[in-house]
Write a protein that binds this ligand. Structure first.
Ligand SMILES: [Zn+2]
Length: 167
């Protein structure tokens, strides 16, 4: 498992980010007081009546944020993940790219300064080496933050040489 502090802080353990798809969850509380839910509202959030309960959210910690649904993948709360990226369930390339894109969007939504190119390139590179997607993203996030910090002052000539130069 990755040890990236930024990955944990801004994504994996953030109460407002869905770890199933790594997007910021639109903060919409399902309040018991709003018992007159319209069908339209319910179907939009696709709450499974059998397996979920109506509680309160957003909350200070991920585990307390019940009743908040990811508007992208329909997952309840930020701490449920329906894949494990292992063995036969290993994520395909398309899904990995989607998670990378969502990670970039989420970090930018949280005003974390990152170098997008670095994040995407490092994550894909690590993926080619068969690393778990969490390790790919964690390492890439750390590299992308470092890159964004150093980009404007002491640019590494080797890094610059690898950039694409217009003909
Ligand atoms: Zn989601």
């Amino acid at each position: 498992m990755t040890e990236s502090p930024a990955y944990f802080e801004h994504l994996l353990q953030a109460p407002d980010v869905c770890i199933n798809c790594l997007r910021v969850i639109r903060v919409e509380r399902v309040d018991p007081a709003r018992s007159g839910l319209t069908r339209e509202f319910e179907s939009h959030y696709e709450r499974n009546q059998e397996t979920t309960e109506i509680g309160y959210g957003p909350a200070d910690s991920a585990s307390e944020a019940k009743g908040v649904f990811c508007d992208h993948c329909g997952t309840e709360g930020p701490d449920h993940r329906y894949w494990d990226d292992a063995g036969d369930d290993r994520l395909d390339d398309e899904r990995v790219r989607e998670l990378i894109q969502n990670t970039i969007r989420t970090l930018e939504a949280k005003d974390v300064t990152i170098d997008r190119q670095t994040l995407a390139a490092r994550a894909l590179q690590a993926r080619e080496n068969d690393e778990h997607v969490d390790d790919c993203l964690g390492d890439a996030i750390e590299a992308a933050i470092r890159r964004a910090v150093t980009r404007d002052d002491t640019a590494d000539p080797d890094e610059d040489a690898r950039r694409e130069v217009p003909a």
